[in-house]
Ligand binder design. Structure first.
Ligand SMILES: Cc1ncc(COP(=O)(O)O)c(C=O)c1O
Length: 380
C-alpha cells in the first residue's frame, strides 16, 4: 500500500487505489468532488451499458434482455451480498425514491401508522411516507442529529412505531448513523428497520442487519443514473402485495421490478459493483473516510467557512457553513465556472427538520487527491 503525507501529517491510505480508480474512467475537465450527487462511471461500466444498448438495436429489446438474464441475476446476488441478503431479496428499480415508493405501495400499512425517522430526514422521504398515509415521528437524536441509541431503545420499548426508517448517511450532512445498533434494537423489539442507503452503499458497511435496505447506483457505487435497488428480507417481502404478482417460482420481490426498464443501466451497475468488490470494500471505505477527514482538516476555517461534521466522522462527505454575507449557491456556481470544481449547494429544504441555512457539500471519491482539496481551499 502506498501512502502520501497530507497537511498536518495525515496519511492518505491506498494511493494506488485512488490512482487505479482514476485511470479506468474518463478524465474530468476539472475537479469532481460531487459523488454524493452522482459519481463518475468507469470505461467498463459505460461500455457494458453501451454494448447492451447496441444489442437491443440488433436483437430487439426483449431478446437482448433475455441474453442478459444470467448477468443480471449475478448482479442481484452480488448486490445482495453487500447488505447481507440473497439474490431473491433484490429488485432493480429506477432510483432510491422509486425503491421507497415500491416498498410503501406494496406494504399497504394502515393509514396513520407511526413511523420513526430522524428529525433531519431527507424531505422527499418524509413526503413519501406522508403520501402513503403514514405518520412520521422523530427519532431521538443528539445535538448533531445522530440517533441517540439509548433513547431509541426506550422509544422501542415504550411506544414502538410500525417501523423505523433510518437514513444511514444524510444528503445534507456527512454524519454516519448508528445503523448496526439500531438494527439490533429493532430486531429485539420486533420492529422492522428500513435503511435508506442512498448515500451509504459503496461508501460504508451496509451489511448491518436491517430488514429493508434501498439505494441507488449513481452515487458511491459509481454506476449509471436511473437505476436503484430495493432489498427486502423474505419476512418483509412476504408482507408486500404487488399490483400484479409474479408467476409461481419467481421470487415475490421481483414483482416490484418494472418490466419496462433501462436494462443497459442495470448492466452498467452490475459492472460497477463488480469493480467495487475488486477494489476491496474495506480499502474503499478506509480511503473514503481518510479523504473525508483530510477534507475537514483542510477546509475548516478557510475564509470563514465552517465544517459541520466532526473531523473524524468515517465518511467522505463534508458540509460547510458559509461565513456571514457569502451566498452558498453563488459560491457553488463560481467554483464551477471559474475553477472547474464540481460540488453541491444544499438548501435547507433538503432536510428542513434540521437545517437552518444552506451548506456547500464536498464529496470526493477515491480518485481525489490532497492537491484537489487544496485547490478547493484556495478557490474558497
Ligand atoms: C439520503 C438520500 N436518500 C434518498 C435519495 C434519493 O435518491 P434518488 O435520487 O436515487 O431517488 C437521496 C438522493 O440524493 C439521498 O441523498
Amino acid at each position: 500500500m502506498l501512502a502520501v503525507t497530507c497537511p498536518r501529517d495525515r496519511l492518505l491510505p491506498s494511493e494506488d487505489l485512488g490512482a487505479s480508480w482514476r485511470a479506468v474512467r474518463p478524465r474530468p475537465p476539472g475537479i469532481h468532488l460531487d459523488s454524493a450527487a452522482s459519481s463518475r462511471q468507469s470505461h467498463r461500466a459505460l461500455e457494458a451499458a453501451a454494448h447492451h444498448a447496441r444489442h437491443e438495436s440488433e436483437l430487439g429489446g426483449y431478446v437482448a434482455e433475455a441474453t442478459a438474464d444470467d448477468l443480471l441475476q449475478q448482479g442481484r446476488s452480488v448486490l445482495g451480498g453487500l447488505v447481507g441478503m440473497a439474490a431473491a431479496d433484490v429488485a432493480f428499480v429506477e432510483s432510491a425514491q422509486a425503491a421507497l415508493v415500491a416498498l410503501l405501495s406494496g406494504w399497504r400499512l394502515p393509514a396513520g401508522s407511526r413511523v420513526a425517522c430522524l428529525p433531519g430526514e431527507y424531505a422527499p422521504n418524509v413526503a413519501q411516507l406522508r403520501a402513503a398515509g403514514l405518520r412520521p415521528e422523530p427519532l431521538p437524536v443528539d445535538d448533531l442529529g445522530r440517533a441517540d441509541v439509548d433513547a431509541v431503545a426506550r422509544l422501542l420499548a415504550d411506544a414502538p412505531p410500525r417501523f423505523v426508517h433510518l437514513t444511514h448517511i444524510g444528503s445534507h450532512r456527512g454524519l454516519l448513523q448508528p445503523a448496526r445498533e439500531t438494527a439490533a434494537l429493532c430486531r429485539e423489539a420486533g420492529v422492522p428497520l428500513v435503511l435508506d442507503a442512498a448515500q451509504s452503499l459503496g461508501h460504508v458497511d451496509v451489511d448491518l442487519g436491517a430488514d429493508v435496505v434501498y439505494g441507488t447506483s449513481r452515487k458511491w457505487l459509481a454506476g449509471p443514473r436511473g437505476v436503484g435497488i430495493l432489498f427486502a428480507r423474505p419476512a418483509i417481502a412476504a408482507q408486500l402485495v404487488p399490483v400484479l404478482p409474479e408467476p409461481e417460482g419467481v421470487p415475490p420481490l421481483r414483482a416490484f421490478e418494472s418490466g419496462e426498464a433501462h436494462v443497459a443501466g442495470r448492466i452498467g451497475l452490475v459492472v460497477a459493483v463488480g469493480e467495487h468488490l475488486a477494489a476491496g470494500p474495506d480499502q474503499v471505505r478506509e480511503r473514503l473516510a481518510a479523504l473525508g477527514r483530510a477534507t475537514r482538516e483542510l477546509l475548516d476555517g478557510v475564509a470563514g467557512w465552517q465544517v459541520v461534521e466532526p473531523v473524524e466522522e468515517p465518511t467522505a462527505t463534508t458540509t460547510l457553513r458559509a461565513p456571514d454575507g457569502v451566498d452558498v449557491l453563488e459560491t457553488r456556481t463560481r467554483l464551477l465556472t471559474e475553477h472547474g470544481i464540481v460540488l453541491s449547494a444544499i438548501g435547507p429544504e433538503r432536510a428542513p427538520g434540521e437545517m437552518t441555512s444552506p451548506v456547500l457539500r464536498v464529496s470526493p471519491h477515491l480518485d481525489a487527491t490532497i492537491e484537489d482539496l487544496e485547490a478547493l481551499a484556495a478557490a474558497l
